[in-house]
Design a protein. Structure first.
Length: 155
């Protein structure tokens, strides 16, 4: 019961936002883009900064950056690593080179991080564009439906 009430509250907060659907969609896209990066610990800060840069809704950016969370990280990072390796081609490095030697560990970490970051940028751009174009009409429809319900309500 409490979860249902919380979800209803969040929905009402969402549809009552008096912002242009494009601004809200830019915020959503910014958050999704950042949420797909391997920059764990900086997602919310980067989502806010990117939302400011693209003049998107900051609340929506913060909300949507949670697409990257402890449940989804392993799936996304593996996919992003493979995309990055596909772009860069096979090369030295990778998971099989991990060692306890600090120098080798740092070198191996970079050989994993670089392809993952490259793959996350590509995947993030595709996801952000898809989220933007899919969410504009959905946000517009939700706002329109809320306004119609509000007008029908007896005073």
């Amino acid at each position: 019961m409490k979860l249902e009430r919380t979800l209803q509250y969040l929905y009402l907060r969402f549809v009552r936002i008096r912002r242009e659907p494009e601004e809200m969609a830019r915020g959503l896209a910014a958050g999704v883009f950042v949420g797909l990066t391997p920059l764990i610990g900086f997602h919310m800060l980067l989502a806010l900064a990117l939302a400011l840069g693209v003049r998107g809704n900051k609340f929506m950016a913060l909300l949507s950056c949670w697409v990257g969370n402890p449940v989804t990280w392993s799936f996304f990072f593996l996919l992003e690593y493979r995309i990055g390796r596909w772009i860069l081609g096979p090369g030295p490095g990778g998971v099989q080179e991990l060692s306890l030697n600090p120098e080798k560990l740092l070198q191996a970490s970079w050989s994993i991080f670089y392809p993952t970051m490259l793959g996350s940028i590509l995947l993030g751009l595709v996801a952000a564009v898809a989220v933007y174009f899919a969410s504009v009409p959905l946000i517009r429809a939700a706002q329109r439906q809320f306004r119609m319900r509000r007008r029908r309500r007896p005073s």
